[in-house]
Design a protein around this ligand. Structure first.
Ligand code: G
Ligand code: G
Ligand code: NA
Ligand code: MN
Length: 253
C-alpha cells in the first residue's frame, strides 16, 4: 500500500483528528483563538506525527484534500466551543499547493455556508516561501480570501525569502514570529533583538503580532514587556483534542 492510498483511506475511515493549540492575549492571558493542526490516528501504527505525512502530502498535492478537511473540521467545531467561543478565531495552515488552486475561495465559501459560520472566525496562516513560489497567483487568491472576510497571517516570519515590499502589498492582518527566535530569546541577545524589531515592524505596519514557541514564563514576560500582542507555545498549552481545548477555554484564569 502506498502512503497516498493510505492517506486517502485515512480520510475515508475517519482516522484524522483535529488538534487545537491555544493562542493567548499577552496583556491579560485570555484565550483568543487556536491554531488547527492535523493528527493521524492510524489503526495499527497509533498516532502518526504530521512530519511523516504532511511533506509527502505537499509533494503529491494531497495537501489540498487535507487543508479542506482541516478547515471543514474547524468550521464544524467552531459553534460548540463553549461560552465566549463566538469570538474565538481558528487558524488553519495553507500550503504552496493551496495557493495555486484558483478554486480555493469557492471551496471555502461552500464550507462556511454548510456550517453557517462567518469568515471572520477564521485565519489562514501562510509562510513566506509558499507565497514566493508564484507570487502573482498567490496574491490573487489571498486578495479574494481577504475580501471574503478571512484573516490572513504570515507564518514562520523571518525564516523565508520574502521582501518587505510583498508584506506591504499583501492583505495580511498578522505576523507570527518564528519559534526559532522566540524559544531562547531570554538567553540569546540576537534573538531578542530580532523579536523586538519584528514587533516594532508589525506595529508600524498596523499588524497584530504573535510569538510562537513560548516555552517559559520568562519568555512570556519579556514578550509582554515588548508589547507583543499574542503568544502560543508549550508553556501555555500544547496542541490538544477539541474537547480538551473547549475545557481549556472555560477554565478559570
Ligand atoms: O504539531 P506539529 O507537530 O503539529 O506539526 C508539525 C508540522 O506539520 C508543522 O510544520 C505544521 O505546520 C505541520 N502541520 C500540522 N498540521 C498541519 C495542517 O493541517 N496543514 C499543514 N499545511 N501543515 C500542518
Ligand atoms: O509550522 P508551524 O509553525 O505551522 O507549526 C507549529 C508547530 O510548532 C507544531 O508542530 C507545534 O506542535 C509546534 N509548537 C507549538 N508550540 C511550540 C513550542 O512552544 N515549542 C516547540 N518546540 N514547538 C512548538
Ligand atoms: Na502555522
Ligand atoms: Mn509557524
Amino acid at each position: 500500500l502506498t502512503l497516498l492510498t493510505e492517506l486517502r483511506e485515512a480520510v475515508e475511515r475517519g482516522e484524522l483528528r483535529l488538534y487545537l493549540q491555544p493562542k493567548l492575549a499577552l496583556d491579560d492571558g485570555r484565550v483568543i483563538g487556536a491554531e488547527a493542526l492535523v493528527r493521524w490516528q492510524h489503526r495499527e501504527r497509533g498516532l502518526v506525527p504530521p512530519g511523516e505525512f504532511i511533506p509527502f502530502a505537499e509533494q503529491t498535492g494531497f495537501i489540498r484534500v487535507l487543508t479542506l478537511w482541516v478547515f471543514e473540521e474547524a468550521a464544524r467545531h467552531h459553534r460548540r466551543l463553549g461560552a465566549g467561543a463566538a469570538e474565538l478565531v481558528l487558524s488553519v495552515n495553507l500550503s504552496t499547493r493551496d495557493l495555486l488552486d484558483p478554486e480555493l475561495p469557492l471551496k471555502f465559501a461552500a464550507v462556511l455556508a454548510r456550517h453557517r459560520v462567518p469568515a471572520e472566525a477564521f485565519c489562514f496562516e501562510i509562510t513566506e516561501s509558499a507565497i514566493m513560489d508564484d507570487p502573482a497567483r498567490a496574491l490573487a487568491i489571498l486578495d479574494r480570501l481577504s475580501e471574503m472576510g478571512f484573516q490572513l497571517s504570515i507564518d514562520d516570519f523571518g525564516t523565508g525569502y520574502s521582501s518587505l515590499a510583498y508584506l506591504k502589498r499583501l492583505p495580511v492582518d498578522e505576523i507570527k514570529i518564528d519559534q526559532s527566535f522566540v524559544r531562547s530569546m531570554q538567553s540569546e541577545r540576537d534573538d531578542a533583538t530580532i523579536v523586538r524589531s519584528t514587533i516594532d515592524l508589525a506595529h508600524n505596519l498596523g499588524l497584530q503580532v504573535v510569538a510562537e514557541g513560548v516555552e517559559s514564563a520568562e519568555v512570556w514576560n519579556m514578550l509582554r514587556e515588548l508589547g507583543c500582542d499574542q503568544a502560543q507555545g508549550y508553556h501555555m498549552g500544547r496542541p490538544m483534542p477539541v474537547d480538551e481545548f473547549a475545557r481549556f477555554v472555560e477554565r478559570k484564569p
